[in-house]
Write a protein that binds this ligand. Structure first.
Ligand SMILES: *Cc1c(COP(=O)(O)O)cnc(C)c1O
Length: 420
C-alpha cells in the first residue's frame, strides 16, 4: 500500500509514520512519496502507450532536484519557464532534448543557454520573442526549434488566478493572429517551426475545455498544412486538476482517452505538460500546533507553518485538507482557524476546521506536493522548511531546512560612514 493512510490512529506516508519524520527532521517539513509520483507518471505513460508522445513535467509545480530525478529516471521530459529550472533539470539527469521552454519573458541569456544545451523547443509566446530568438540563434550559428503558444480563448472553468486561456490573459499568441506569426517564422533563417502548444489553465476538473482547445489547435494545424507549414507536434499543456476537497476531476486515463481519440487520425506527436496531477497528492506538509487561543469570537490554532511555506490558501483562497497526525484522545473537537505566524491577515491555512487538538500536536496539510515548496519564500525572515522523500520504509533528506545564516547569504552591510 502506498500513499497517505491511517494506521492505528496515526497518519503514515507509505511505510513511515509522519510523527517519525517530524521527530527526525523537525517541523514544518515537506514529505513526498516517491511511489505516488511514480504511479501518477506511470498512469500517463500507460494511457499513452500507443501514441507517439512526450510527457514534460512542469518543473514549477515542484522543482526539487530529487523529484526531477525521480521523473527523469522514468523517461520524463520537462516543461521549464526559466534558465534556473533548466539547470535544475540538467543537474537531476534530465535530457535537454526532452525540454520545452515556456514563458512570456525569456531573455536572450536564457535563450542562449537553452540553445547551447539543445532543448526540444521554445514555446514562443509573442512575435517580439520570435524575433529575438531568430537573432540570438543566428548570432550562435544555430537554428532554434519553435512552437507557438496560441491562446485558444476557452474558459477552463477554474479560479481566475490560474486561468490562462482567455483572450485577456497575458499568455500566448491570439489564435486569430497565429497564422501570420507562423508565416513570419517560416520565413526566418534561424528558427525551425516544429509545433504548436497551448496551456489553458490549472486545476481544471472537466475534460470539455481541453477538447475544445485541442479542436482549435488541430483546425489551425490543418490550415497551416494547406499553406505548406507542416507541424511535428501538438502540445496541449498541463492543467489537469486533483481532488483537494470535493472536486471530481477525471482520472488521468479518462482525461487522456478523448484526447487520444482526436489523435487517432493524426500523425503529430502529442506533448503534455502536467504538473499538479503528477506531484500534488504525493506530498504533505507536516506542521506543529504552537498555541491555541480564543478571542471570544473564534478559536485559533497557531501552527509553525505559514503562508511563506505554503502560499496556495493565501494566494488562491485554496482549500487544503488539514488532519491530525495522531489522534488526540483527550481533546474535544472545536472549530478552529488554522493560522501561521506571518504578520498578514491572509496567513490562514484553513478556516473553520473542526479538530480535536492540543498545543504541541502535529498536523498534516494534505496534497501539498505541487505549488507548495516551489512557491515558498523567506517572507518574515523565516527559513524555508526541510523536504524529505519517502521511499517505502526509507526517508531521504532531499533539501535541508534553511539555517538562520542562509537568510542573509549574499547580503552586504554598507561600508563605515566617514566621520563628518
Ligand atoms: C503551470 C504550467 C503547466 C502545469 O500546469 P498544471 O496545472 O500544474 O498541470 C504546464 N504548462 C505551462 C505552460 C504552465 O505554465
Amino acid at each position: 500500500m502506498t500513499g497517505l493512510k491511517q494506521v492505528n490512529q496515526q497518519l503514515w506516508l507509505d511505510a513511515v509514520p509522519l510523527c517519525d519524520i517530524a521527530q527526525q527532521y523537525s517541523t514544518p517539513c515537506y514529505a513526498y512519496s516517491q511511489s505516488i509520483i511514480e504511479k501518477n507518471f506511470g498512469n500517463y505513460q500507460n494511457a499513452l502507450n500507443n501514441q507517439p508522445h512526450l510527457i514534460c513535467f512542469a518543473v514549477k509545480a515542484n522543482s526539487n532536484i530529487a523529484i526531477l530525478q525521480t521523473l527523469a529516471r522514468l523517461g520524463a521530459g520537462f516543461d521549464i519557464v526559466s534558465v534556473g529550472e533548466l539547470e535544475r533539470v540538467l543537474i537531476a539527469g534530465g535530457k535537454a532534448e526532452k525540454v520545452v521552454f515556456s514563458g512570456v519573458g525569456k531573455t536572450a541569456d536564457e535563450m542562449r543557454r537553452a540553445l547551447e544545451v539543445g532543448i526540444h523547443c521554445f514555446n514562443v509566446e509573442s512575435e517580439a520573442e520570435l524575433c529575438l530568438l531568430d537573432q540570438t540563434a543566428g548570432d550562435m550559428g544555430l537554428i532554434a526549434p519553435v512552437s507557438m503558444r496560441v491562446n485558444p480563448d476557452v474558459d477552463a472553468g477554474t479560479h481566475p488566478y490560474i486561468a490562462t486561456g482567455l483572450k485577456e490573459s497575458k499568455f500566448g499568441i491570439t489564435i486569430d493572429c497565429a497564422e501570420d506569426t507562423y508565416a513570419r517564422a517560416a520565413a526566418m533563417s534561424h528558427v525551425r517551426v516544429l509545433g504548436i502548444d497551448c496551456h489553458i489553465g490549472s486545476q481544471i476538473t472537466e475534460v470539455a475545455p481541453f477538447i475544445e482547445a485541442l479542436g482549435h489547435l488541430t483546425a489551425l494545424v490543418d490550415r497551416l498544412a494547406l499553406k505548406g507549414i507542416e507541424l511535428e507536434h501538438i502540445d496541449i499543456g498541463g492543467g489537469l486538476g486533483v481532488r483537494y476537497r470535493d472536486e471530481c476531476p477525471p482520472s488521468i486515463e479518462d482525461y487522456l482517452q478523448p484526447i487520444l481519440e482526436q489523435f487517432k487520425s493524426r500523425s503529430e506527436t502529442l506533448i503534455l505538460e502536467p504538473g499538479r496531477s503528477i506531484t500534488a497528492d504525493a506530498g504533505v506538509l507536516i506542521t506543529r500546533v504552537q498555541y491555541l487561543k480564543n478571542n471570544g469570537e473564534k478559536h485559533f490554532a497557531m501552527i509553525d507553518a505559514a503562508m511563506n511555506d505554503i502560499l496556495r490558501p493565501a494566494l488562491y483562497e485554496a482549500w487544503m485538507d488539514i488532519k491530525p497526525v495522531e489522534a488526540n484522545t483527550t481533546a474535544t473537537a472545536i472549530e478552529y482557524d488554522i493560522v501561521g505566524p506571518v504578520c498578514e491577515s491572509t496567513d490562514v491555512l484553513g478556516r473553520n476546521r473542526s479538530l480535536a487538538i492540543g498545543a504541541g500536536d502535529l498536523l498534516c496539510i494534505c496534497d501539498a506536493g505541487a505549488y507548495g515548496f516551489s512557491m515558498s519564500s523567506n517572507y518574515n525572515s523565516r527559513p524555508r522548511p526541510a523536504e524529505v522523500m519517502v521511499d517505502g520504509r526509507e526517508v531521504h533528506l532531499i533539501r535541508a531546512r534553511e539555517s538562520l545564516a542562509d537568510l542573509t547569504r549574499g547580503e552586504h552591510l554598507l561600508p563605515e560612514r566617514k566621520a563628518p
